[in-house]
Design a protein around this ligand. Structure first.
Ligand SMILES: [Zn+2]
Length: 351
């Protein structure tokens, strides 16, 4: 992919900040990310400890605005990198070499701006219509509290606990006694957005049943998207399956395809994205997506300085069942890299 093509999908100015800035970030519901202003001291003010510097980034721009020292800087695709933006990035810890590189990238994009001038900016989804769960569905807790002894319910509950503590701890699982679509032999995972039900997936507990998952998935949805608005999260781990997401409190694509709206949603969170692909062809597609967006890829199964997962552990849910949630999250962060060369080597090693 050429640099120009790639730059249509990434915001390399934000990425430079994101890789280098070590301080804590707070995310506001408006989409701003607040940090302790790195410019205040340079501007002759006292050090900011109250997160007064707001950052706003989307696919094609980065804005910086400090309410304490009054510092402002902005970059948009098609602009040169201003002196102020360079100062801000340098103060945020971006090394000189990288600063020179993104500065020349910005200049290159400016020169070829006619080639992509009309590219629309992709915004994350902001609305999903409310959707009903399957007939008679109630939460597992409710059924248990009512003393439900239906053998199908017991079997579904047993299946849930067999997935391990980290997966079973989620409070939103549901069950329905309805035999329609074999729902009584399925574990229901509701999809929520903004506190509303917007769909669901239902996992068959009997291995012979096809399809294994049925349900209703809204377009561009991210499962467990609630973690994206947790203001103090530094990382978000992106996985393919819902159980894997629950095991590590990440988000799931519910498939191996990443849409541009899902990518915009992840970027909007202000969290550093780590992709955890499955070890198959589909997972390889997800690594390509991570390379396209400049995200980190986790390789906990690849022998490096340290091999985190045993060879027979195939996914995050199984890792969490065996090693616990904290160790699994640590393994994903520690084994991840955003370096395209390292990603190329490691992906060839996990074939
Ligand atoms: Zn400031």
């Amino acid at each position: 992919m050429s640099f120009i093509e790639k730059s249509l999908h990434t915001n390399f100015v934000w990425d430079a900040f994101d890789h280098s800035y070590l301080g804590r970030r707070k995310r506001r519901s408006s989409g701003f990310i607040d940090i302790n202003c790195p410019m205040c001291v340079l501007q002759g003010e006292g050090a900011d400890t109250r997160y007064r510097c707001g950052l706003k980034s989307d696919l094609g721009a980065l804005g910086v605005n400090c309410f304490n020292c009054g510092f402002k800087a902005r970059w948009s695709r098609g602009w040169m990198l201003s002196k102020k933006m360079k100062d801000f990035l340098a103060a945020s810890g971006v090394p000189d070499v990288e600063l020179a590189l993104i500065s020349s990238k910005a200049a290159l994009l400016k020169r070829s701006s006619t080639a992509f001038g009309a590219t629309p900016i992709v915004e994350p989804p902001c609305y999903y219509p409310e959707a009903a769960l399957p007939d008679d569905a109630k939460s597992i807790d409710e059924w248990a509290n009512e003393g439900c002894t239906d053998p199908d319910f017991i079997a579904v509950a047993e299946y849930l606990f067999s997935r391990g503590e980290a997966v079973a701890a989620w409070e939103s699982y549901c069950w329905s006694p309805s035999p329609k679509d074999g729902m009584n032999r399925r574990l229901i995972l509701p999809f929520t957005f903004g506190g509303k039900n917007v769909g669901y997936t239902a996992r068959a507990i009997d291995s012979a049943i096809e399809p294994r998952y049925i349900g209703r998935k809204p377009p561009d949805f991210l499962f467990n998207n609630e973690v994206l608005v947790k203001r103090t999260r530094k990382y978000v781990v992106v996985v393919e399956g819902a159980f894997d997401a629950l095991a590590i409190d990440g988000v799931a694509l519910l498939g191996s395809t990443l849409t541009s709206k899902q990518a915009a949603w992840l970027r909007h969170s202000g969290q550093t994205v780590i992709v955890m692909p499955d070890r198959d062809e589909a997972g390889s597609k997800l690594i390509d997506a991570a390379l396209k967006y400049g995200w980190r890829v986790a390789f906990p199964s690849v022998k490096g300085d340290k091999r985190w997962w045993e060879a027979d552990v195939k996914d995050a849910a199984e890792a969490a069942r065996r090693y616990g949630k904290l160790w699994t999250v640590l393994s994903l962060i520690e084994s991840s890299t955003a370096d395209p060369t390292v990603i190329a080597v490691k992906r060839s090693m996990c074939r």
